[in-house]
Design a protein around this ligand. Structure first.
Ligand SMILES: [Zn+2]
Ligand SMILES: [Zn+2]
Length: 275
């Protein structure tokens, strides 16, 4: 089997969702998911996200404070992120952004810490991973303030219109589609996914959340990203292998990773090498 997939957004160390993490990673590897971008949601899981990236092959770390946590964020937290961001396994700052749907923190507070973390990414010359829900216009206008300073990044779990997709693309972002692309009611999103340039698309699980249609109601995990890739293949009239190759290469490019360095980590590790 030569298919190689990347899960561009997973929360492997979120609370106690993956007590069986070794088995989860084994299934990912068996499914050809050889690159997993492990995303912290705040300071609570950031150290473990980095530790997992250090100890498991094919995993890199992203650290930052999710908009849900913005209300409780402090200068001390930013200083803590500062020391963690120096780790070579940290490839981006995220997920950061705005969530006006759940609104767990006041809008102004979310905007304040979104900008502070964008400043932080600029200072560390890192790309960013953006979360936005019911807040796309404000998210875009803030990102436009940083045009030319932010090196780009990923708009994760993209669920917007084609116009919004184009706006993120214009700012140099990649668009990542999650399992929501497979849902029966996602017709409009599938229409958008049909139009986005193939060299700017990623796929993700956002696990443990948002399982693709075949696993609705269950815990999501990186191996299931194949269902989203298959859906994308159907939409675009491509083979699964073609979508896997494009999204794999795009994920490497989005985070400045080298394929040979990712694959090298597997050499001599427990499961037999793939290929
Ligand atoms: Zn998110
Ligand atoms: Zn997420």
């Amino acid at each position: 089997m030569s298919i190689r997939l990347a899960d561009s957004h997973a929360h492997l160390d979120l609370e106690d969702h993956f007590p069986d993490q070794a088995a989860v990673l084994r299934r990912a590897r068996e499914a050809g998911v050889l690159l997993v971008i492990n995303v912290a949601t705040g300071l609570a899981d950031a150290p473990q996200v980095i530790a997992t990236a250090r100890t498991s092959p094919g995993i890199v770390a992203i650290i930052g404070v999710h908009p849900h946590g913005a209300g409780g964020m402090t200068e001390t937290d930013l200083a803590a992120l500062d020391s963690l961001a120096a780790d070579p396994k940290v490839v981006a700052i995220g997920e950061i952004g705005l969530d006006f749907y759940r609104r767990r923190s006041p809008e102004e507070v979310q905007q304040y810490w979104f900008r502070r973390q964008l400043d932080f990414a600029v200072a560390h010359q890192k790309v960013v991973v953006i979360h936005t829900r019911e807040a796309t216009p404000v998210t875009l206008s803030i990102l436009r303030e940083y045009r030319g300073r932010i090196q780009g990044g990923v708009m994760h779990c993209f669920g917007g219109s084609l116009t919004e997709a184009q706006a993120f693309l214009d700012l140099g972002f990649y668009l990542s589609f999650s399992g929501t692309l497979t849902y029966p009611k996602a017709g409009p999103l599938r229409e958008v996914a049909k139009e986005v340039p193939l060299d700017r698309i990623l796929v993700e699980t956002d696990c443990p959340y948002l399982p693709p249609q075949p696993w609705r109601g269950k815990r999501n995990e990186p191996a299931y990203v194949v269902a989203t890739a298959r859906q994308l293949a159907d939409i675009r009239g491509l083979t699964l292998e073609e979508v896997a190759a494009h999204t794999w290469a795009n994920t490497l490019a989005a985070f400045g990773l080298k394929e040979e360095e990712v694959l090298e980590e597997y050499v001599g590790r427990a499961l037999p090498a793939i290929d």
